[in-house]
Write a new protein. Structure first.
Lengths: 221, 202
């Protein structure tokens, strides 16, 4: 089923491309104190509370083909509206709050004295991050990636507005189900629903497992 | 030998002077013993001056970064990296496999090398933290109650190892401890109180 395959691709790409921004924002919010910390913390959550259709419209205002940014991107072969790229962007933005939230929780859970300890043992800041902070946060970051993947898998509102409903390009599981519901015969819906439930449950199980790994990893007697 | 005059956040002031190369500190909790060690290691943000053995670590135009201070810091709870094995913890700050093996043997850790910190007892954790600090080849050792979880015979054996190690290398030591028998490692004893640090009357 091309819709299932497409959803998987969109979800995976959203999880992979979201890693750097989620990690950076999560680390910033967990570890740094700066002016506008509260504002940024709230802003990151906006896509979670905004109706996805509105998020899609706002994204269209930024990367639509008639905008400067969207036009320029389309010119270099990366159109972000009514295209596969748009479906990925919509999934990424809508999933980002959960992703950042997980990353932030993972970084917050790490005793900052472990980084100080690494420093006394000769590790400059970069090494502290690579040898201590990142490995300790890894399970939490992976859990965030799984959540972002799962959220991206089922994205509907923002995808429909930003990316449209193009067979084989942006028609993910949700859009395909919606399409089939419009169709009086309604054949094939059961299969899509089953695939959707299985993928989502699998993602949640993985999330649960990763959370346990995170807890074990930080365990100090 | 050690001279500390630092102002910390919220008006706290830490002044400490010692001419001895190995100084023991006791005193009430909350008197600033652990904070003094953290200051010397560079872990507190503070202004003022700090020098050890003629080496200025902090001054008006000087701030030696923590990772260049070459101090061996062992905090009270023997902090270990939870994602690393005993052997990886030991070698975090330096030392090859052979040196790590020697230290592990001296500190009776050789059977635990592949274990994770969560599978260690308090006394085992303390010895790993101590060994890790020694393998760093520090120019100054800062120990905060490093033997508190060791039983009496083991405590003596570990202290003997440390004594040897210190005298071979002539490394200065600041030892926070409440156990009088630990003072054999030190040539001077200071008491911390709310007013500051004072030489104990002989």
């Amino acid at each position: 089923m091309s819709a299932v395959w497409l959803s998987l691709q969109v979800g995976l790409l959203a999880a992979v491309l979201g890693l750097m921004p989620a990690m950076a924002l999560g680390y910033l919010l967990a570890r740094k104190r700066f002016l506008g910390h509260g504002l940024l913390s709230a802003l990151v959550l906006v896509p979670m509370v905004l109706p996805p259709v509105v998020t899609g419209l706002l994204l269209l205002e930024v990367v639509g083909r008639n905008t400067a940014l969207g036009g320029a991107l389309a010119d270099i072969g990366l159109p972000l509206s009514f295209s596969f790229g748009g479906a990925v962007l919509a999934a990424l933005i809508v999933g980002l709050p959960l992703y950042v939230w997980s990353a932030r929780a993972a970084f917050t859970a790490i005793d900052p004295r472990l980084e100080q300890l690494a420093a006394t043992l000769g590790a400059p800041p970069k090494q502290q991050f690579w040898r201590v902070t990142l490995p300790l946060a890894l399970p939490g970051l992976a859990a965030g990636a799984v959540l972002a993947f799962a959220r991206g898998l089922g994205e509907f509102g923002a995808t429909a507005v930003l990316a449209g409903n193009i067979q084989g390009e942006t028609r993910t599981i949700s859009l395909a189900v919606y399409q089939l519901l419009e169709d009086p015969s309604g054949q094939g819906v059961g299969l899509l629903v089953a695939a959707s439930v299985i993928l989502s449950m699998g993602a949640l199980l993985a999330f649960e497992g990763l959370n346990r790994w995170q807890q074990r990893r930080l365990e100090q007697p | 030998m050690i001279s500390v005059d630092l102002h910390l956040a919220r008006g706290h002031h830490i002044a400490f002077q010692s001419t001895a190369s190995r100084v023991g500190i006791s005193g009430a909790s909350g008197a600033g013993k652990s904070t003094l060690l953290r200051c010397i290691a560079g872990l507190e943000s503070a202004t003022g001056t700090l020098s050890v053995g003629g080496r200025v670590l902090q001054g008006p135009d000087t701030w030696v970064p923590i990772w260049e201070r070459k101090v061996g810091w062992v905090p009270q709870d023997a902090l270990l990296f939870p994602h690393l094995s005993v052997s990886e913890n030991l070698r975090f700050g330096g030392g090859d496999a052979e040196q790590a093996g020697e230290i592990a043997q001296a500190l009776e850790l050789e059977k635990l090398m592949e274990r994770r910190p969560r599978a260690l007892s308090g006394g085992e954790r303390q010895r790993v933290a101590l060994g890790r600090a020694l393998l760093r080849e520090p120019q100054l050792l800062l120990l905060d109650e490093p033997f508190s979880a060791l039983d009496a015979p083991l405590r003596l054996r570990v202290m003997a190892v440390l004594q040897d190690w210190l005298s071979v290398r002539d490394i200065p030591l600041v030892l926070v401890s409440h156990t009088p028998s630990d003072w054999v490692l030190c040539s001077e004893h200071q008491v911390a109180s709310a007013e500051g640090f004072h030489l104990r009357d002989p």
